[in-house]
Design a protein around this ligand. Structure first.
Ligand SMILES: [Zn+2]
Length: 142
C-alpha cells in the first residue's frame, strides 16, 4: 500500500534533522496509514543521542491524550540518521513495537518509509512502504 507524504513534512523533518546533527532528531507523524499530513519535532532524550533516539515520553503522552480527545491521529514516528543511510538499524528494530505504525527515517536528502510488523522483511520488524510526495502550494522553496 502506497502512503502519501506532504512535502511540508519532508521539509520540516529535514530542517530539524540538519539543525540537530550530529545528534539524531526525532518526532511524531500525524495523519493516517495512507497519508502523512503533518509532523512534530520532539526532544531526543536518549542518553547517547548521536547514536540512538528516544522520543520524549511527556511529548508522546501529550500527543496521545490529544488524539484521544479528537486531535490529530498519530500515524507513526520519524527520526534522523546523521550517518546518511536511511535504512532502519537493528537497534531501531529492537525498539520498534509491531503495531503497524509508520516509521520515517531522514538521512540528509534521502528518506525512507517503513511499516512495523511482527514479521517484517527487514530485521524481522520493518516492511518498506512506497511513497508518493504530495506537492502542495507554498512548498516551492524545495
Ligand atoms: Zn535509526
Amino acid at each position: 500500500m502506497t502512503t502519501c507524504i506532504s512535502r511540508s513534512v519532508l521539509i520540516g523533518t529535514r530542517r530539524i534533522s540538519a539543525d540537530l546533527a550530529p545528534r539524531e532528531a526525532c518526532g511524531l507523524l500525524f495523519g493516517s496509514a495512507d497519508a502523512i499530513t503533518a509532523m512534530q519535532g520532539v526532544e531526543n532524550v536518549a542518553e547517547d543521542p548521536e547514536r540512538r533516539f528516544e522520543i520524549d515520553p511527556a511529548a508522546l503522552f501529550a500527543a496521545l491524550r490529544a488524539e484521544r480527545a479528537g486531535g490529530p491521529r498519530i500515524a507513526g514516528y520519524w527520526h534522523s540518521h546523521p550517518s546518511g543511510d536511511p535504512t532502519p538499524s537493528a537497534t531501531d528494530a529492537a525498539m520498534a513495537a509491531a503495531d503497524g505504525k509508520l516509521w520515517l527515517i531522514v538521512a540528509g536528502e534521502a528518506a525512507s518509509l517503513w511499516r512495523t510488523s511482527a514479521a517484517g522483511a527487514l530485521h524481522g520488524r520493518f516492511d518498506a512502504v512506497p511513497v508518493i510526495v504530495d506537492e502542495e502550494p507554498g512548498a516551492s522553496e524545495w
